[in-house]
Design a protein. Structure first.
Length: 98
């Protein structure tokens, strides 16, 4: 993470895309409660995260990210840890809570 201070939120997410240079897209799944039907619905949000060259995450890996100062228009988080994960098939279609 070089000389960028990590402060604020520390989150987990699943790597969805590694096509950019030093930036990855992670997907954060969560459940939203619908009071009328007394049930939960699945929702997700994508987040752009800076990834240092020392990390080499693959699609489907679980990453821990920490909040930092804005690095670009959309990037406000930095990869802290990569956990290898065996997800078969398309990682966008898998719903996992961390």
């Amino acid at each position: 993470t070089s000389n960028v201070n990590i402060r604020g939120a520390i989150l987990k997410g699943m790597v969805v895309s590694t096509k950019m240079k030093r930036t990855i897209i992670i997907r954060r799944n969560y459940l939203h409660y619908i009071k009328k039907f007394n049930r939960f619905e699945k929702r997700h949000s994508n987040m752009a995260v800076h990834c240092s060259p020392c990390f080499e995450p693959k699609e489907g890996d679980i990453v821990t990210v920490g909040q930092c100062r804005p690095l670009s228009k959309t990037v406000r988080f930095n990869v802290l840890k990569v956990e290898k994960n065996q997800i078969f098939g398309n990682p966008r279609k898998v719903f996992m809570l961390f």
